[in-house]
Write a protein that binds this ligand. Sequence first.
Ligand SMILES: NC(=O)c1ccc[n+]([C@@H]2O[C@H](COP(=O)([O-])OP(=O)(O)OC[C@H]3O[C@@H](n4cnc5c(N)ncnc54)[C@H](OP(=O)(O)O)[C@@H]3O)[C@@H](O)[C@H]2O)c1
Length: 274
Amino acid sequence: MEKKVALITGASSGIGREIAVEMAKNGYNLALIARRESRLNELKSELEEKYDTNVLTGAVDIRSKDDIEAFIKTVCNKMEGIDVVVANAGYTISGSFENLNIDDYKNIFETNFFGVLNTLYPALASLEKSKGRVVIVGSLLGEFGIMDRSTYSATKFALRGFYESVRYEFKEKGIGFILVEPGFVKTELREMDKQGNRIKKVDEKVTKKHSHSISVGPEIIAKKIVKLIPKKGFRLKILPFHAKFLFFLNKHFPRVLASLIYKYRDPIRKHVIK
Ligand SMILES: NC(=O)c1ccc[n+]([C@@H]2O[C@H](COP(=O)([O-])OP(=O)(O)OC[C@H]3O[C@@H](n4cnc5c(N)ncnc54)[C@H](OP(=O)(O)O)[C@@H]3O)[C@@H](O)[C@H]2O)c1
């Protein structure tokens, strides 16, 4: 039987990288996208050596509609279509509304929201043909906000709104649709500047000091996501347990959560790397 093909954005680190590993283990051929080409090439060698998989890599910036379209065309030609798209690439910036400007908001939307659309449009026809699956990686901060994260939260709320509407259209086409909203995960997410370029290398000691004790490794999130992919229909998935708890609190006791966030605003701010 032909192997299924999964296209994953943001595969050079963190959650996306671990999803790629998990999907290779599960017998998929892969098309991996990120900007750090050397990381993608290392991953390709590792996966092709360890598992029965073929990997195509695209050193593509998802903000470039034309580049991503060209890469997806190549994938469809070389791998005969796409069965799964995991739109995972994203970044975060921190700062109060007062200390940011309009361009900071526009920039982050280019990656976290329009980057997802840039990925989905050229893959749509192939996904419809394969009755495939779409996974979008949103965030728990697409459910409620915390201090100094208004840019990031706005993009993740936008993805939530997109999912809520488009899930019916995908269902009609036979495309499965999962919006995953993770809580705190130990990754390189915060090593970006305000323009979404990866220039900041955060000292490990600083990362440790700022990471929440409840943060989990990306491999835990990836395993759970990959298990969901074969399921039909649409679903919103909050991961892991700490995120489920906060989601529950926000849904049923939103004023309690809001007052806790406000009460602990200073310790929460201390977790945010500027
Ligand atoms: N870590 C958390 O606590 C957490 C919580 C909830 C949701 N998330 C979401 O999880 C997703 C993955 O993030 P992560 O935590 O795994 O962080 P990460 O390790 O920084 O991974 C982000 C990935 O996105 C890629 N990327 C960023 N901008 C890109 C662009 N313009 N074009 C192409 N690729 C780009 C990065 O690759 P290059 O830099 O090589 O391009 C990298 O592979 C994000 O959408 C994030 O919002 C993370």
